[in-house]
Design a binder for this molecule. Structure first.
Ligand code: ZN
Length: 81
């Protein structure tokens, strides 16, 4: 379990949780589940350890550059307001 500094936005307590995270870069989006993240109990801001950020980046490249098959694929509705 990682200890996180208090939230830099609101000063709230940040505790580690496992979350689903929408990792998006340019036109590509990959939904990564079970991501360890520090989540602020007051405002919900999320903080990631550097090794987790690196893992998510590698996952992105595995899927979009190295054609690794994801566990499943979602269809996402897209609209413009
Ligand atoms: Zn906060």
């Amino acid at each position: 379990m990682t200890t996180y500094a208090d939230c830099s936005f609101c000063g709230g307590e940040v505790t580690e949780k496992r979350i689903d995270y929408d990792y998006r870069r340019q036109a590509h989006l990959v939904v990564i589940s079970n991501v360890p993240a520090g989540v602020c109990g007051q405002c919900g801001e999320k903080y990631f350890r550097p090794d987790i950020l690196k893992k998510m980046d590698e996952t992105y490249h595995d899927i979009f550059d190295r054609n690794q098959k994801p566990q499943r694929t979602l269809t996402v509705p897209t609209v413009s307001l």
